[in-house]
Design a protein around this ligand. Structure first.
Ligand code: NAD
Ligand code: HSE
Length: 349
């Protein structure tokens, strides 16, 4: 039985949900996968920090009150964050990084990933900033220290997309993709179809844990732009940065636009896409599009996302599933950990 010591960076919706999964499922994972997770440290800007090299009680952590400095209520907990100490000195051999996505420079999360990887500590993250802006250097750093850098949850939360495309669709010659890649904006558009107004729908998406800390990133398309960068660079061999991608969000779509679309048997969707051209260049865009009801993506409602890969061998392949949500995204971290465990087990053989 392998036991991984895991430290959590950020203790918002996603990492608290991961803690709850650890509390509920550790025994089950021991039987199913042959590993258990022991939480040895947590650091969060709002809740503070706590370290115990012998392991923290996941049930107790998951029940920490959602108040500023909440970790102070636990024995040896502090109201102050201690990111560097938790990464370097908690004894963790895995870091689950789930702090705010910074779309401008990916910081400070990228530095957190570097601190871990340079010590040979593997990182699983749902944060789009470090992946969209610094994936190449972080993957190279991981390779140089024998660590792994995994980020399945950075696109479509727990729905398998990146690993599925790289592993199960390997050899299918993916030449492009088109998808609904933001749960919040799709939820907002679906809610507006049901009569809710724009700002109430955004507030509901925040309540349900779908939205970014600043939901402007969701509704203006910036979150989708990061996801298009991630997918284009990982799957099409592009070297895009966000500024290479024309980006328009859904904030200009009015209730009248929605009603007219419904009358015309069509639906507004925020679409992110990229395509490899015959000269090898990649074109990518993010924009609201009016899709006829018959389109495979038109029927996708709420926080559900979908992506259609264009493949030369199989034709179009569409994956539909959760696009956001606390537990849905925590599941992505688990899938990354399972993948790390499988790789380690293979290497050990
Ligand atoms: N919630 C989702 O559906 C979802 C899905 C996929 C990806 N993501 C990404 O996962 C990450 C976490 O999402 P979430 O929903 O848990 O967000 P959240 O806003 O609920 O939690 C983020 C937590 O990180 C903490 N934090 C921020 N900056 C920090 C810093 N510098 N040091 C320590 N702690 C810091 C905050 O205090 C907060 O508690 C984000 O990057 C988000 O974009 C979220
Ligand atoms: N805010 C994002 C979270 C998932 O990346 C969304 O709504 O899709």
């Amino acid at each position: 039985m392998t036991e991984y010591k895991i430290a959590l960076l950020g203790f918002g919706g996603v990492n608290r949900a991961l803690t709850q999964l650890i509390a509920d499922k550790n025994e089950h994972w021991a039987n199913e996968f042959g590993f258990k997770l022991k939480i040895v440290g947590v650091s969060d800007l709002y809740f503070g920090s706590i370290i115990n090299k012998n392991g923290l009680d996941a049930h107790e952590l998951a029940a920490v009150p959602a108040v500023k400095g909440g970790f102070r209520t636990l024995p040896a907990g502090s109201a102050e964050p201690a990111n560097e100490t938790v990464i370097r000195f908690s004894g963790a051999d895995l870091i689950a990084e789930a702090t705010f996505t910074n779309p401008v420079d990916g910081e400070p999360a990228t530095t957190f990933c570097r601190w871990a990887l340079e010590k040979g500590i593997s990182v699983v993250t749902t944060n789009k900033g470090p992946v969209a802006l610094h994936a190449e250097s972080l993957k190279a750093l991981a390779r140089s220290t024998g660590a792994q850098f995994e980020f399945e949850g950075s696109v479509m939360s727990g729905t398998p997309v990146i690993r599925l495309a790289k592993e199960s669709l390997a050899g299918s010659e993916i030449s492009g993709f088109k998808g609904i890649l933001n749960g919040t904006s799709n939820f907002v558009l679906s809610s507006m179809e049901e009569g809710l107004d724009f700002s109430d729908a955004v507030a509901k998406a925040q309540e349900l844990g779908y939205a970014e800390a600043d939901p402007t990133a969701d509704v203006e398309g910036h979150d989708v732009r990061l996801k298009v960068v991630i997918l284009a660079n990982e799957l099409l061999g592009a070297k895009l940065t966000p500024s290479d991608i024309l980006c328009k969000g859904i904030s200009g779509i009015t209730s009248t636009d929605i009603a007219e679309a419904t009358k015309a048997n069509a639906r507004w969707k925020l679409i992110g896409s990229a395509e490899k051209m015959s000269n090898g260049s990649i074109t990518a865009s993010v924009s609201p599009q009016l899709l006829p009801q018959g389109d495979a993506l038109a029927g996708v409602s709420g926080a559900t996302n979908a992506i259609t890969f264009t493949t030369n061998v199989l034709g179009p392949v569409t994956v539909v599933g959760a696009g956001a949500g606390r537990f849905e995204t925590a599941f992505a971290l688990l899938s990354d950990i399972v993948s790390i465990h499988k790789n380690k087990t293979k290497i050990g053989k």
